[in-house]
Write a protein of this length. Structure first.
Length: 222
């Protein structure tokens, strides 16, 4: 599950760095930051893939739980900040994106150091050590105000379609668009809206990478 979240974050960053992406020209001032972050996240992805493969118990460790939490929040927040740049493209939104990337880089560096400790010692970190040592920037990322900017009409349209009258047939609601424009952010805004749990008895969120592990996806839904 942690590997899937980090893999998804890696793909998001790669899509933003793609030379033919319309967004690339808007975030060119942040390219070095994104490239450095991509290197960090890619290294962490490789480690987690091997770590999960060798984890015979199948239970998530403290490290994996925290990595999964931070990677998911990071992906959400980066997409939000990039969407703000696309919509406004002013000095304030670029500053907010730079600040976010700096916080993310600090957390990824700390997670990599923790993974290095595991590789050096050949064992898992002790219970609670990662949580206690995590930088304050992690809490800033996880607790950031993630309200969408300029997408209220789209969100309300999706909510109305999702929570409206039920015909008895399953609904599939696609959200399409170029990579990094904020599709996941919009979906999470809808998923976390207070009207959704009132309409549905059960709801679940799963991250599916380009090469998904079906077992991981199903376990994440439990």
């Amino acid at each position: 599950m942690a590997h899937a979240s980090v893999a998804s974050l890696t793909r998001i960053i790669e899509s933003l760095l793609t030379s033919n992406s319309p967004i690339e020209s808007l975030i060119c001032d942040h390219r070095d930051e994104f490239c450095a972050l991509h290197e960090q996240v890619s290294s962490l992805e490789v480690f987690l893939k091997n770590f999960e493969k060798n984890n015979v118990s199948g239970e998530m460790t403290d490290l994996e739980v925290k990595v999964n939490e931070v990677a998911s929040a990071t992906e959400h927040t980066i997409q939000l900040r990039v969407t703000e740049v696309v919509l406004a493209n002013d000095e304030k939104t670029h500053e907010r994106l730079s600040d976010t990337l700096q916080l993310v880089a600090e957390d990824m560096d700390l997670m990599w150091k923790e993974s290095t400790k595991i590789q050096d010692k050949g064992k898992q970190v002790s219970d609670g050590s990662l949580v206690q040592d995590f930088s304050s920037s992690t809490n800033n990322i996880l607790n950031v105000n993630n309200n969408m900017v300029g997408r209220d009409d789209q969100k309300e349209c999706l909510l109305e379609y999702l929570t409206g009258s039920y015909s008895g047939e399953p609904k599939v609601i696609p959200i399409v668009g170029m990579g990094g424009i904020g599709k996941t952010t919009l979906a999470k805004e809808v998923y976390n809206n207070e009207s959704v749990p009132r309409r549905f008895d059960v709801r679940a969120w799963a991250t599916v990478s380009q090469q998904p592990n079906i077992k991981e996806v199903l376990l994440s839904l439990l």
